[in-house]
Design a protein around this ligand. Structure first.
Ligand SMILES: [Zn+2]
Length: 477
């Protein structure tokens, strides 16, 4: 039981991390994921990937057209012309060719070189790789002086690729790297010195659709539907305020997702953002529509225009389990006598980041008897939260504003604690309430004019989700 909880907690809380733009802890991710596989029932339901179907269909049509094109001239007869005209009208979607307008001279120059591609190995620096390929220290310094190159050359990751070209005598003649997704840099070397040229590469956003039914785990269902792990976390993030992915998922739950993917020159780089999604959990359907309001803020909303993001996180720590519930009378583990436990304890390893449950201002940061190192946040509108037993604080000081999900400190066992855990209190008008059951303030719906704009933009998306759902139901029969 703890295992499944940890897995799902991980899914949910990692989603919060991802939302804050951090790198995922891949090592743990794979561990949890591999253990997540078997905790649901065995009822396999074939997921549907429209993307694959479309390409399959296109492929079959194309193959048919090709066969007809080859066969028809040999077997010339009365049926030939109608067949020929049929396949001429076929309108196949073909990946667009890379834009050649702005690639221009660099691409032409680039194609004249005989490139050798080097993939970065773990622990390698760009200096070592460049030195090995004959790039002088001075030239590397010159490349690094161009601030636009810094990210690409300093923060290199294993698997990233650099290309080098050498003359017959072994002299370096050119090198090439991706400055970012859209920009390729080609550096050429000749008697006059080093020349840097950049080429813009067109990115193309495509819309993809996935539908999955959970039989074993959310990850399995989503992977079968063609979604990568990062997209699963985005999905869990979007619905994480309404669905407790630790305890609420059941076999038979399903999801339908419309999302972006980013392509370059016919090659998929990555999945983009969720545009709209349904998640059916225990028979109840939740919707999420990505919407950028007229002030430029982007969030997920339900179909009726309420933000999915709530005022408070469900859980302020990741990788956790509840070790002690809110109670009006419990025997204190250290003091020995019975008294109220006015919060919830989350057991977690020392050093686990503690997140602000909601937007607010730090009103206390320091030592309090029993609580040890403690932070108190005032969220306004009568709400405040308290975080106790911290091993240490994050940088935010008293009086500073913090955002929901921001790290305010780290799990520890300072004060009266038998093991590392977060003691979390939720107060309404100064009165302790059970954070697991207290009625949270409802998010404000969009104001009227904004709501009208939202409805205009979201209705085609919702219609599309409905259509996909009905097609899926029909194909499942
Ligand atoms: Zn406690």
């Amino acid at each position: 039981m703890p295992q499944t909880n940890r897995v799902a907690h991980f899914i949910r809380l990692t989603a919060h991390r991802a939302a804050r733009g951090r790198h995922l802890p891949r090592r743990h991710f794979h561990f949890y994921k591999s253990h997540a596989v078997h905790f649901w029932l065995r009822k396999a339901t074939a997921p549907l990937s429209w993307r694959h179907r479309h390409w399959l269909l296109a492929g079959i049509l194309f193959a048919a057209a090709a066969i007809i094109g080859v066969m028809a001239p040999r077997g010339a007869n009365a049926t030939r012309d109608p067949v020929a005209s049929d396949f001429i009208t076929l309108n196949l979607s073909v990946p667009p060719l890379p834009a050649d307008a702005d690639v221009g001279a660099t691409a032409l120059a680039g194609s004249a070189f005989d490139w050798t591609t080097v993939a970065v190995k773990s622990g390698q620096t760009v200096g070592a790789i460049f030195h090995e390929q004959g790039v002088s220290g001075a030239d590397l310094q010159a490349l690094l002086r161009d601030k636009d190159n810094t990210n690409a050359l300093v923060r290199i990751r294993p698997g990233e690729e650099f290309s080098f070209a050498h003359a017959a005598d072994g002299r370096l003649t050119a090198l090439r790297f991706d400055r970012d997704e859209k920009t390729q840099v080609t550096v050429t070397f000749d008697a006059a010195g080093m020349h840097q040229a950049t080429a813009a590469r067109d990115l193309e956003h495509r819309t993809e659709v996935a539908h999955g039914v959970i039989s074993d785990s959310l990850f399995d269902a989503a992977n079968r539907a063609g979604m990568d792990d990062a997209m699963v976390i985005k999905l869990a993030d979007a619905f994480g305020y309404d669905i407790d992915f630790a305890q609420d998922l059941r076999p038979g739950d399903s999801f339908t997702v419309i999302y972006d993917s980013v392509w370059r020159e016919g090659e998929k780089l990555r999945d983009g953002d969720i545009q709209a999604a349904y998640f059916v959990n225990r028979g109840k359907r939740f919707s999420a529509i990505r919407y950028t309001d007229s002030h430029g803020g982007t969030m997920f909303y339900s179909a009726d225009g309420r933000p999915l993001r709530k005022s408070f996180l469900r859980t302020p720590v990741a990788f956790t389990r509840i070790s002690s519930y809110f109670s009006l009378a419990r025997k204190h583990p250290i003091l020995g006598y019975t008294r109220a436990h006015q919060g919830v304890d989350y057991a977690a390893p020392t050093g686990t980041p503690i997140h602000a449950a909601g937007d607010g201002r730090i009103v206390f940061r320091g030592w309090q008897h029993g609580y040890g190192n403690v932070v108190i946040i005032d969220h306004g509108r009568h709400y405040s939260t308290l975080y106790g037993h911290m091993s240490r604080f994050a940088n935010e000081k008293v009086g500073q504003r913090v955002h929901q999900g921001q790290t305010i400190g780290f799990v520890g066992m300072t004060g009266l604690a038998t093991g590392p855990h977060l003691h979390y209190e939720f107060r309404v008008d100064g009165v302790h309430r059970n954070p697991l059951t207290v009625t949270m303030p409802k998010p404000e719906p969009l104001p009227a004019t904004e709501l009208a704009r939202f409805k205009r933009q979201s209705s085609p998306m919702l219609a599309r989700l409905d259509k996909l759902d009905s097609l899926q139901l029909a194909s499942a029969k």
